[in-house]
Design a protein around this ligand. Structure first.
Ligand SMILES: [Zn+2]
Length: 247
């Protein structure tokens, strides 16, 4: 948990103001959940500061890809930077091989019932089905994404005219594959990350290749339950500030 010096700092670091009311942010609430994999990441780094720097650089790279994908969904003219071209090629393959009707991109959502706000990536019809699509640039689809995306669906459902909604994670990424063993090499935040190594191999890396993965999430009921439980815990953790802002 971050430390805040002022109420203003806490509010801008953890929420959004909509129509003069402050709401905690979905991603901040989800952040209360422990991420054990982070410990081994930090342990593998020369120092905590080096770990922080790498995480930040990796996040920046992810943001560039995320923004470029969203620009395509918005039908904006985009110049694709060379650094993410393989991943964007993979995304374009997804985009042209599916029937996609985009309704909203980067839309602020508010749950008045549960009092939280968040920013949904995309609301779209995908092959005839309406749903929330969340773009990830990670190396895998993690279960935590279920909690985050259920919060967007729950907020949308407060509109009585909203039809039935599903959720998808669209993961877009790029890596080099070993020409001998199928292991993959990614460069994230300036560090090389090798996955799917099995057995000894003097890897010989092929060209950088993009990939995409689309996964429908069908566990809304248990996911939103977990989100609201996380929110209760988040409120407990931040009681000091929440009391001061009259939450
Ligand atoms: Zn190999």
């Amino acid at each position: 948990m971050a430390w805040y010096k002022t109420l203003q700092e806490f509010m801008s670091g953890n929420g959004y103001e909509e129509d003069g009311i402050w709401y905690p942010r979905v991603t901040s609430i989800v952040g209360i959940k422990a991420k054990p994999a982070l410990y081994s990441f930090y342990a593998s780094m020369p120092s905590f500061a080096a770990g922080e720097a790498m995480k930040e650089k990796s996040a920046e790279e992810g943001t560039l890809l995320h923004e470029t994908v969203e620009a395509i969904f918005k039908k904006e003219l985009v110049t694709v930077p060379d650094s993410i071209k393989p991943a964007m090629d993979a995304f374009m393959e997804f985009y042209s091989n599916n029937q996609i009707v985009v309704h909203k991109v980067e839309e602020r959502l508010v749950s008045h019932k549960h009092r939280y706000a968040g920013t949904m990536d995309v609301l779209a019809d995908l092959n005839g089905q309406l749903g929330v699509l969340d773009i990830k640039t990670s190396i895998a689809i993690y279960r935590d994404y279920q909690i985050q995306t259920s919060a967007y669906v729950e907020a949308l459902k407060e509109n009585p005219n909203m039809p039935e909604l599903t959720r998808w994670i669209l993961r877009v990424d790029q890596s080099k594959k070993c020409l001998h063993c199928g292991a993959s090499l990614r460069e994230k935040g300036g560090r090389q990350k090798i996955r799917k190594e099995n057995g000894p191999c003097e890897h010989e890396w092929g060209p950088m290749t993009g990939e995409y993965e689309i996964k429908e999430l069908k566990t809304f009921t248990s996911d939103i339950k977990a989100f609201l439980a996380a929110k209760t815990l988040w409120e407990w953790e931040n009681e000091y500030w929440l009391t001061r802002l009259g939450y």
